[in-house]
Design a protein around this ligand. Structure first.
Ligand code: GTP
Ligand code: MG
Ligand code: NA
Length: 348
């Protein structure tokens, strides 16, 4: 088919789960950053976004178990991972994050099992029919754990003592039972099969040692390539959501956007919801953090004349002071579209 010739965009991947299960720390380990240690109280309070190019992830993916194909994820250019807060007061942000994703990571602390906001996140994903993988995190906390930095899960599991493996098996069994009580099956990802509705795949991980992260990242690429190709073929229509509106010294009021589909360019006329009615303005500049850097942390920015999905992008424009986080951003390609988009935005 002709459409097979169109390139794939990166999937938007949302990471969800109860407070302190290790969502930000997993991303820190992948980015080689320390975002989590800079957070007030170690608690995430905003949605974040980080782009992971496939070329930067390949060395890590090569350490995944032989159960994954060594190649086969190369058409997906990267992963745009959306970090969310697990604290109970941020249900709206979990909902917003999960509504933008093509696939998701549900993080469960292996020592704590299914906690409250993990269940809430699980229900959001099931309601949206979003495919997801469970990262069973903090395996380094298991009895007598002996780490092998950045190893694939099966390599490190095989090298643990019998007592440590028994501890893993016992906690995994308890968590599987907790899911079964919700009429859901889970299994280690090589055994979970291809239908996530039948059985949810699990990747055991440690954000502290990097163990299991090769499996997790390979899984996300492979799944995107195998099952999301139709969704990930670049389509012309725009799909962009305002994440956050903030004043940046030297830039004025800016809007951080998740560009899930389509493209934006400097000079585009955009329409966004504002507290005092629709905002109609022009894109002055399009900025992104460097790859593998979190957009919500102040960093050096790269400037782009135009940019295509999927990416987190900071837009500079006048009039963003009243812009509303969570609302869609639209582009008027012709002057006649401006009143139409204004009406649509006003009536949302
Ligand atoms: P919120 O965003 O606030 O919901 O939390 P989070 O899920 O992002 O968890 P975070 O990354 O803030 O980690 C919480 C705590 O758990 C920190 O002290 C981390 O160092 C610790 N932690 C995270 N992952 C691991 C892990 O794999 N092993 C161990 N031992 N500790 C971990
Ligand atoms: Mg966090
Ligand atoms: Na935390």
């Amino acid at each position: 088919e002709d459409s097979d010739l169109f390139p794939l965009r990166s999937p938007v991947v949302c990471i969800l789960g109860h407070v302190d299960v290790g969502k930000t720390k997993i991303l820190d380990r992948l980015r080689r950053t320390n975002v989590q240690e800079g957070e007030a109280g170690g608690i995430t309070q905003q949605i974040g976004a980080t782009f992971f190019p496939v070329d930067r992830m390949r060395p890590l993916c090569n350490r995944a178990s032989e159960n994954l194909p060594a190649s086969g994820y190369s058409d997906v250019p990267g992963l745009l991972i959306i970090d969310t807060p697990g604290h109970e007061s941020f249900t709206n942000l979990r909902s917003r994050g999960s509504s933008m994703c093509n696939e998701a990571i549900l993080v469960v602390d292996i020592m704590h099992g299914l906690e409250r906001q993990t269940i809430e996140s699980l229900e959001l994903l099931l309601a949206r029919d979003a495919p997801f993988v469970i990262a069973l995190n903090k395996i380094d906390c298991l009895y007598g754990w002996k780490k092998i930095e950045n190893a694939g899960f099966f390599e490190t599991y095989a090298s643990q003592s019998q007592e440590t493996r028994d501890h893993f098996d016992k906690l995994f069994g308890e968590i599987r039972t907790a899911f079964q009580l919700r009429a859901l099956n889970i299994a280690l990802y090589p055994e979970a099969g291809d239908d996530h509705k039948e059985c949810i795949p699990v990747c055991p991980t440690s954000a502290h040692t990097g163990e299991g992260l090769p499996d997790l990242v390979s899984f996300l690429f492979t799944y995107g390539q195998k099952h999301l190709a139709d969704d990930l073929r670049l389509k012309p229509q725009l799909d962009a959501t305002v994440l956050e509106v903030k004043v940046i010294q030297g830039l004025g009021t800016t809007a951080d956007i998740i560009l899930s589909n389509g493209a934006l360019k400097e000079g585009d006329t955009i329409v966004v919801s504002g507290t005092d009615g629709p905002i109609i303005t022009q894109i002055r500049s399009l900025l992104t953090p460097h790859p593998m850097k979190e957009i919500r942390v102040k960093n050096e920015y790269l400037k782009h004349p135009s940019i295509a999905a999927a990416i987190g992008v900071k837009i500079c424009a006048t009039g963003f002071e009243t812009a509303m986080a969570g609302s869609p951003l639209r582009v008027a390609y012709h002057p006649e579209e401006i009143p139409v988009l204004r009406d649509i935005t006003e009536n949302e």
